[in-house]
Structure formats: structure tokens, C-alpha cells
Design a protein around this ligand. Structure first.
Ligand code: COA
Length: 101
């Protein structure tokens, strides 16, 4: 399969459908597609530390926390003082997670 390097995962749902599992389902489908169809090697995602829902979506899509970082935002939003988190999964790790399926 052709290798295309890494890519970034991101999502935004309409507030009217929050909490229904759609972000999790969509993120899992995108990760599956990236690794099985696009030949991606590594997927990265970032979110604010205080964004518990987004962090759960990343974890349930198979990504793991690798670092917390702090950026200087020109107009910081509430919670920015807790920083941002970066999550990653490689194709090898994802494949191991799905070995049993
Ligand atoms: C973050 C976002 C994508 C989550 O979408 P969603 O469809 O509501 O997510 P899901 O229903 O798949 O839920 C994912 C997990 O977060 C949890 N969750 C949902 N809303 C939550 C909240 N307000 N606080 C804490 N946890 C929450 C769910 O319980 C679930 O975890 P669980 O399986 O352990 O129970 C959505 O809230 C959103 O679009 N927010 C605005 C934009 C944004 O923050 N985008 C991400 C930027 S990195």
C-alpha cells in the first residue's frame, strides 16, 4: 500500500447531537479508513485539556496521550490555562488493538 505519512484527526458536532456517540463513531470510522484505505502511518489529534468529551473521543478511537503543551493564544478562552493535549496512534498500534476482531 502507498505510504502517505501522518495526518490529523478533527471533528465538530452540532450541539443538538452532543452526547449521542456520533463523534466517537465518526472518529473510529475515520481512523479505520485512514489506516486501511489511505495508507496513513500515524494519526495525531489535539484538544484543550479541559475538553473531556473530545479526549474521550480520541481515546475511544484508539489514540493515546503523548504530551500536554502550552501555547500563547492571543485571546485565550476559558480553560486555556490548563493547556492542550496531543494524542497519537500509529498504524502498528491500531492494528494490534484490532488483532482480535
Ligand atoms: C467534543 C465533541 C466532538 C464530542 O462529540 P459527541 O458526539 O458529543 O461525543 P460522544 O457522544 O461520542 O461522547 C464521547 C465521550 O465524551 C463524553 N461526553 C460527552 N459530553 C461530555 C461532557 N460535556 N462532559 C464530559 N464528557 C462528555 C461521553 O460520555 C463519551 O464518553 P463515554 O463513552 O466514556 O461515556 C462535541 O462535544 C463537539 O463538537 N464540541 C464542540 C467542538 C469541539 O470541542 N471539537 C473538538 C475540538 S478538539
Amino acid at each position: 500500500m502507498r505510504r502517505v505519512g501522518g495526518t490529523e484527526l478533527g471533528y465538530r458536532m452540532l450541539p443538538s447531537v452532543w452526547g449521542l456517540g456520533y463523534a466517537t463513531e465518526g472518529a473510529q470510522a475515520l481512523v479505520h479508513h485512514a489506516f486501511t484505505e489511505l495508507g496513513v502511518d500515524r494519526i495525531v489529534a489535539t484538544t484543550m485539556t479541559v475538553n473531556t468529551a473530545s479526549r474521550r473521543v480520541m481515546e475511544k478511537a484508539g489514540l493515546s496521550l503523548i504530551r500536554t503543551f502550552f501555547e500563547q493564544w492571543p485571546e485565550p478562552v476559558e480553560g486555556a490555562e490548563h493547556g492542550d493535549m496531543e494524542y497519537v496512534v500509529t498504524r502498528e498500534t491500531w492494528a494490534r488493538q484490532h488483532d482480535h476482531e
